[in-house]
Design a protein around this ligand. Structure first.
Ligand SMILES: [Zn+2]
Length: 476
């Protein structure tokens, strides 16, 4: 979550591993989701399709992919793999098949009013799925139980949506959010982890005012239960969190306070103060290189959320998908957009390209980069659309299209410990797939031209999912 205030300069800011056997079945399709389904057959063959498999390998032309009971059973040249007798055939000519996106910083809430985050789970899960997201982690929740209930209902086929790694309510110290708890001490952090893990949380997120003692206790407790913990930090530096054993850090380096001079321990100097040091950071200098080394040595993944920072940056294009919002909410964002555009002294003019470059440097040095979109800030990050935009922004940062796609598929799956089942296209994996028109390996914007999204072998119609919420996102 990133908080957007009126003054742009003050912008603040385990899943059980499944074995290699074919355990998945075709996803259940309840009555309520039938209207969104366009392909639902025991055997499906997608023929003459270009495949970008999610491993970072080059695209392969003219392939046939056969799906049986929700699993991919064969992938190969169309000339050598034929559609089985009785299969439902999807002609993939002129189209590209990618793994379903595995996105690591999503939310089921949105900034609807001053200091208020509306719970938009029902519309958001449709938008995420329509955008090609078949698995996502909610990186913190401000609703309590909704993420867990949605996860169960989607898995049961009662609602359309991605598979959800449901994160507990934020673990934070004293703060100004109306919808966030404040931990009392390290023992309280342990109790919260236990409680929410019992309630169904499969991951945890620490936030900006947590202390080192609370963070350390929460990490220990989460790990004891086989679960992972990420953080959008400020009071604790990235290096301190790495030493405490954190698994993941959010927002690239944008939330790092490691370079703030005379930083007090356990105190957040303000997100803006940290960001000034990042904007001024030398990517070739020893301090940054040392931090990268520390994160890599400690196996700490970093999550890029360029989409939310783009909405704070002057001169950027209007973000996609605003037309799904309630008119009042899209108007609210358009007003902020105009104010952002007019701000000639915004730190984001320097910070956005700098932060993007630091993420590229981290990945090039061997660090694990994940991606998400963070639909918070000032309201310009619209689920599904934002996930496609995040891939475009990674390409703008200097990744090749297939590298950007790997970050948003196999890297996320590997972090979740589910890479034997999801995140790439191969025989034996679950049929979580995104079929798009055109060729994103050549033109990354083709990632927006989604034709069908397969979740465990069931093909959903993105246009129907989007039409079902158009103009109403903000109500539910
Ligand atoms: Zn967030």
């Amino acid at each position: 979550m990133l908080k957007h205030t009126a003054r742009p300069l003050a912008v603040l800011l385990s899943v059980a591993a499944v074995g290699a056997t074919l355990t998945a079945q075709r996803a259940p399709v309840g009555n309520a989701i039938q209207q969104f389904v366009k392909v639902n057959a025991e055997v499906v063959a997608i023929t003459h399709v270009r495949v970008i498999d999610g491993t970072g390998a080059p695209a392969r032309d003219d392939q046939t992919v056969v799906i049986r009971d929700g699993n991919i059973v064969s992938v190969g040249r169309a000339a050598s793999v034929s559609a089985p007798e009785g299969a439902t055939v999807v002609d993939g000519t002129g189209k590209t098949l990618l793994p379903g996106l595995v996105m690591m910083h999503e939310h089921l809430y949105y900034p609807t009013g001053p200091g208020v985050y509306g719970q938009l789970g029902e519309s958001f899960v449709r938008l995420y799925l329509a955008g090609g997201v078949t698995t996502m982690r909610t990186a913190g929740n401000v609703n309590g139980f909704m993420d867990f209930v949605l996860k169960r209902r989607i898995d049961a086929g009662e609602m359309p949506g991605p598979s959800i790694d449901a994160t507990a309510p934020y673990l934070n110290g004293p703060n100004t959010f109306l919808q966030m708890n404040a931990l009392k001490d390290a023992a309280d952090a342990r109790r919260q982890v236990d409680y929410w893990a019992d309630m169904g949380a499969t991951s945890f997120k620490a936030y900006m005012q947590i202390t080192r003692a609370e963070l350390g206790a929460a990490i220990e407790q989460a790990h004891a239960r086989g679960l992972k913990l990420t953080g959008h930090l400020c009071s604790v530096t990235y290096a301190e969190a790495a030493a405490l054993g954190i698994d993941n850090l959010e927002h690239g380096f944008m939330a790092a306070t490691d370079f703030v001079a005379n930083k007090q321990v356990d105190a957040c100097p303000g997100q803006a103060t940290g960001q000034q040091t990042i904007a001024a950071l030398d990517p070739d200098g020893a301090p940054f290189k040392q931090l990268v080394k520390t994160l890599i040595n400690r196996h700490v993944a970093l999550t890029s959320t360029l989409t939310v920072f783009e909405t704070f940056t002057p001169g950027r294009p209007m973000p996609p998908g605003l037309d799904v919002l309630l008119p009042e909410l899209s108007q609210q964002f358009v007003t902020v957009y105009a104010r952002t555009s007019a701000n000639r002294s915004s730190i984001y003019t320097t910070l956005f390209p700098k932060g993007r470059g630091l993420e590229l440097a981290f990945a090039r040095a061997g660090g694990t980069l994940l991606a998400g979109t963070d639909p918070t800030g000032s309201g310009g990050v619209i689920p599904g659309y934002s996930d496609q935009r995040q891939i475009e922004l990674l390409v703008e940062a200097g990744f090749t299209p297939v590298e950007a796609i790997k970050i948003c598929t196999l890297n996320g799956a590997t972090y979740l410990g589910r890479e034997s089942r999801i995140g790439s296209i191969a025989a034996g994996k679950q049929a979580d797939l995104m079929l798009v028109t055109g060729n994103p390996a050549a033109t990354i914007a083709d990632i927006r031209r989604v034709d069908t999204v397969f979740r465990q072998g069931v093909g959903f119609d993105p246009a129907k999912l989007i039409d079902s919420v158009r103009g109403k996102v903000g109500l539910w």
